[in-house]
Design a protein around this ligand. Sequence first.
Ligand code: NDP
Length: 263
Amino acid sequence: MKQFCVFGNPIAHSLSPLIHNAILQSLNLPYLYGRFHLQEAKHLKATFLQLKLSGANITLPFKEQAFRQADEVRGIAQEIGAVNTFVYEDGKIIGYNTDALGFWTTIKDKNIQTALLIGAGGSAKAIALILKQNNINVFVTNRSTDKAHIFEEKNIPFVSQDKLLNTRYDLIINATSATLHNTLPLRESLLYPLFESAKIAYDLMYGGQNIFLDSAKRHNLHTQDGQDMLIWQAIFALQLFCPELSQKLCDKEAYRIMSLVCK
Ligand code: NDP
């Protein structure tokens, strides 16, 4: 029997066990996916091994530590410097990042040319990179500036907040955890003029009250929360956990099942 889990802190709100188990059960597989409230990042790898997991997802705030603790990192995660998926393979922990492709899958058909990404954490790095790789003009801003160099080293402009209004952005992405604390990621006097000239507001958070998307709706923007990104990153993680699944279940059907259980 294979066992998987999601590590995070906090973790009670995570929908990952629900959506992964929905797929595993639909295929009658004797696999189980649980959740683990990890107190300290330094115990991530040891806990994964003690639990004898075949794979895991890693969420806030451990993705950068997961990158450091993996025995080997593959794919876009190498460039992002953050890992959200561990796979146990031949006695080694292999780290991947499925957030980037999960996010891109949700917006690739939306005709975006310019994006402002608010936030500089693990998920912001993944999103900035995948947008750049797909030729979107992406700009990053954050309340603190100590991580600006991470983006600038990859030729992704980091914009200080006093210069934000110099550009218009089609897409404004909230990749901070501000919504979790029921606050806006930027002060109103900056955010509202940005909304005036944008088309879409996207918040990585899903479920519950969303002050950022509620404000965007009042400015007549299209809005999107993080549920579809969660589902797509989970589908890509499942393909890594159980490569045999892709023969039994197409992505579209996996998306349908996961969306149903999220309702
Ligand atoms: P990190 O902890 O790595 O980064 C948090 C970011 O939020 C930092 O840039 C931080 O700024 C900023 N921040 C925190 N509080 C505030 C605030 N009150 N005002 C402004 N900025 C703030 O988190 P992650 O990047 O891993 O995750 C960010 C969010 O995205 C979380 O809400 C997470 O749940 C969600 N997420 C959703 C996913 C999905 O599949 N839907 C996938 C991944 C993440 P500073 O650097 O100054 O501290």
